[in-house]
Each structure stands twice: as C-alpha cells, then as structure tokens.
Design a protein around this ligand. Sequence first.
Ligand SMILES: Nc1ncnc2c1ncn2[C@@H]1O[C@H](COP(=O)(O)OP(=O)(O)OP(=O)(O)O)[C@@H](O)[C@H]1O
Ligand SMILES: Cc1ncsc1CCO
Length: 541
Amino acid sequence: MPPPRPNLELYLVTDSVNLPPNSTVYSQVEACLSARHPPTIVQIREKHLSTAKFIELARDIYALTSKHGVPLLINDRVDVALAVGCEGVHLGWDDMADVPTARKLLGPEKIIGLSVSDHEQLEKALGVDPTYLGIGPVFSTPTKPDHNPPLGTPGVRSLLSAIPATMQAIAIGGINHGNVQRVLFQSKDISGRRLDGVAVVSAIMASPLPVGACNLLHETINWPPLFVPTDYSIQTEDFPIYRDNIHKHKPLVHHITNNVVKSMSANISLAIGASPIMSENPAEFADLAALPNVGCVLNMGTFTGGREFQDLFLGALREHNVRGNPVIFDPVGAGATSARREFAQMIVGGGYCTVIKGNEGEIKSLAGLETVKMRGVDGAGGEGSEEELAKVVHDLATLENNIVLMTGPKDYISNGAHTFCLTNGSKYQSRVTGVGCALGSVIAAFCAAAPVDESLIGPVISAIGMYNVAAERAEMLLEGSDQPGKWATVFVDCLAAIAMSSENLTELIAAHEVRELTNVGKWGRPAGGEGLKQGEDLAEA
Ligand SMILES: Nc1ncnc2c1ncn2[C@@H]1O[C@H](COP(=O)(O)OP(=O)(O)OP(=O)(O)O)[C@@H](O)[C@H]1O
Ligand SMILES: Cc1ncsc1CCO
C-alpha cells in the first residue's frame, strides 16, 4: 500500500484562544470549509479540553471535513483520532505517542505528521518515517509563546534541504498572507526543493473574516510572487511625487532606535514633514501598526541584548509585517561584535525587513562576509571595490527578496533586479554621529507615504538623494571652514528647505551621479552605467 500523500498546500491548525468575538473553533472551521479556496487539510489543536469534550469537538468537525473531502488530523492525541476515525495525527516530541507507536495503532493508511525545529530532531525524524514534517517556528508567534527560537527562512531552508524529496514538508509559525510568499520563495533550496505547504493558525482562526482569509492565502500562495523582483524599474520623474506624498499623507515613523540618535531622528522626521514616534512599549505596537501610512525603523544601535530586547524587535517586526508596513532595519555595529551580528541575523530571519540599511561593515557582516572588522559603529568605508560592494548588496537583496542599502562615500542600493550607485553626499555625514541612523527615518517616511502597490526602490532612492543633496548644500554654506557641529544644524535646515520647497527633486538628485550598475554579480564584473540624464528611466540608464 503506497503511503498517504495529502495535499498540504494550505494547512489550517485550530486555536481556541485567539478567536474573534462570537465565534467558536467549530464555527471558524465551518466558515473556512465553505470558502472558494478552503484549507486543504485541517488539524485540531486543543491543549486544555477533557478527552470527552475533545472527542465531541473532533467528531463534529470530522463530520464537516469529510463532507468537504478535507482530511482531518488531531494534534498529539492518537486516542482521539482513533475514537473519531479521522485521517491521522500530528505529533511533537513531548507528545503521548511516538511515530512508530502511532503507526502501529493507526495503521499504514493514516497520516502521521511530526514537528522538527533543528537538525538533530530532523535526523531522528527521518529514521521513524512520518508522512510529513512540520518545520518551525518560522517566526515568533503569540499562539505558542513557549516555542523554540524562530528559525527564519534561512533556518527553514537549511532543514528543508536535508529532507528527501519523497517526504513532504510544511512550515509553521507566524505565517500569514503578508509573509507567506517570502516563506515559500526563500525556503527553496538550490536544488529547487520547496515546501509542500504552509500551516496557518491566527491568520485564519483569529480573523473575523475566515472565508476571506482562506481565499486570500490561497491566492497569495498561488499568485506570482509579490516581491520577486522582475521588472521593477524607477522613473526619475516620480521623485517629486514621492516627496509630495509625504506632505499628502504625513506618514508616521515608529522608531525603536538607539539612545544616541533619538532626538536627531525625531527632528529630521519633522523636518521632512513626517511624524515621529519613539515607542518601545509592545502593548502599543499593534495599534501603531494599524494606523495608515506607518513605517517602522528598527535600529539596534544601543544593543542591550537579552530576551526583552529581542522581544521588542521581534514584536514590532511582527505587528508591522502583519499590516504590510515598511520596516527599515539598521543593523548598527553588526560588523563590530559577534553578539550584534547574531542578533541582526536573527531579526532578518525573524520577519520581513523591507529595507536593510547599513554601512559597509554592517551589510557585509549580515551577508556572512567577515572581511571587514569594525572597531565601532561607524562605517569601515573604502575597503571594497565598486564591483564587490554592488555584488554584496545585490546578493543580499536577492536572498532576502527586499531592498538593501549600503551607505558610505558611495551608496549602493539593490532590490535584486536593479542595483544603483549614488555618489552624492558630504564628508560631514561620516563626522557627525547618527546621520546614517536618521537617514533610516527619511527612508521609512518615503516608503510609508508611497502607494501600497508601489515598488519601493524609487522612494528609497528619492529619500537618499534628497538627504544627500541637503548634506552637500549644508557643506557649501560652511564655505570651507571645518565646523561639524555647525554643519549638523545647517543640514537639518537645508533638509527642511528641500523637503518643503517646490524645487524639482528630479533635477536635484539626477544632477548628481546616480547610476544603475548592470550585470551585477552575473559575470563577476559589473559594468558601470552612464551618468543619469534628467527624466531618464534609471532601469534603462
Ligand atoms: N564620506 C562621505 N561622503 C559623502 N557622503 C557620505 C560620506 N559618508 C557617509 N555619507 C552619506 O551619509 C549617509 C549615512 O551613511 P553612513 O555610512 O555614515 O551611515 P552610518 O555609518 O550608519 O552612520 P551612523 O551610525 O553615524 O548613523 C549616507 O547617505 C551616505 O551617503
Ligand atoms: C555611537 C553609537 N553607539 C551606539 S549607536 C551609536 C550612534 C550611531 O549609530
């Protein structure tokens, strides 16, 4: 008899804790099964019901799932699965029965799933031959507060690549429609091995619209990936529109940033017409993230470490990811110490960072290249060639499916499909602490003010361009005198003047060298493009 091979594409796991008002586990599952695209498999997970109540609930739900031809699994309780006669069980490592015992009790036709969260468990799991493996947690999730540390998509990929193609595998933990494509895309290994599905808990069970949640998840899973960068191009004539959007929408920038730059970041946000809020209270993250035109800056500059610091960053990342808000992550000092590098990698793996922004040492360190040793948080600029640096941002952006910005005397920006180099700016920017950090606020504001379906590379380049032009103007106003303190003040004034003026931002930015670098990383030697002419499409420059 061939082993069962269920369709695991959209795997619903029930949760009785975070239900919306006036609903039950039964009513949520019933609604889901009536969706145009119902879950392909359902697992009942109940940790606190008595056996009799559990069997009663499972029987009722089994009547529903069998009517719709959807397999039903029971979490942990082989006895409940036997009593109900449903299609199988899902087991963890601390559960009542192990896989061989469950197989003996249930027989060869039943589905037996097993959770794995590290390579050690995986090795043992492969020896007991379950029907499928559930890899997780991918992200930190409130439905299982005692879970292992999040694997991130690199962790899922690493486990998936060690699972034979004959064994099915899904991912679980904090997956919702906002991150599902990223999970599916980034967990693919180089051999093309991909997940057979994703398990979803709160994104459906806590939704007041479970039918819509199922249909949306199905569509998001099956649509061409949203962030796979294929034809993102930017139009330089849109630069002024991105600036106007700030005045129109007055974006809110939620900062979790370091103590050195809080005041500067708030003032720079105000100078460009955005609204800053410094909030490190997780109790208000969901409310902040739910506001319109919100961006988030996560800056780990004054890295205190510890569980609280980790929860702060992961909590904000989760709430902003759920709402699809842009998150700008600044891995300050990631090249200076291994604790910082590990923390930065954990954040990038623990959610979706729309833009990763750092200096050369930080970005290289995050990319796993330890060639630069930073002595502190300021950039170790000038070490790499243009080809090398462009390749680093291109490769990291491709891997993360996002935008990566490496700052320094030249800024390199890539979304994986297009890589740009901006050469404007002032030497004073590296002489006043926090100028790089505050650029994160400006980028967040430009991204949060952009239309939701907009590719964000244009707003990001506009933000950097405007910032650096203001830095140059401030330097010019010093007329050659060496006054970094004065420059910092004049810089904020120049930034406010450009942000609020009707000067043509395209002309201001494009008058400088903004180049698209072609063939980055393809043949090892990217060719520099021509200088940009006004109105020219950078993608074709
Ligand atoms: N020598 C320079 N010449 C021109 N522009 C520069 C120079 N150094 C930095 N910049 C600009 O300053 C901005 C911040 O970059 P930088 O690399 O200094 O950030 P950072 O190291 O994160 O700063 P910090 O940690 O002090 O906030 C970028 O927009 C970059 O273009
Ligand atoms: C100096 C310094 N140390 C930690 S954060 C910070 C500000 C610059 O990023």
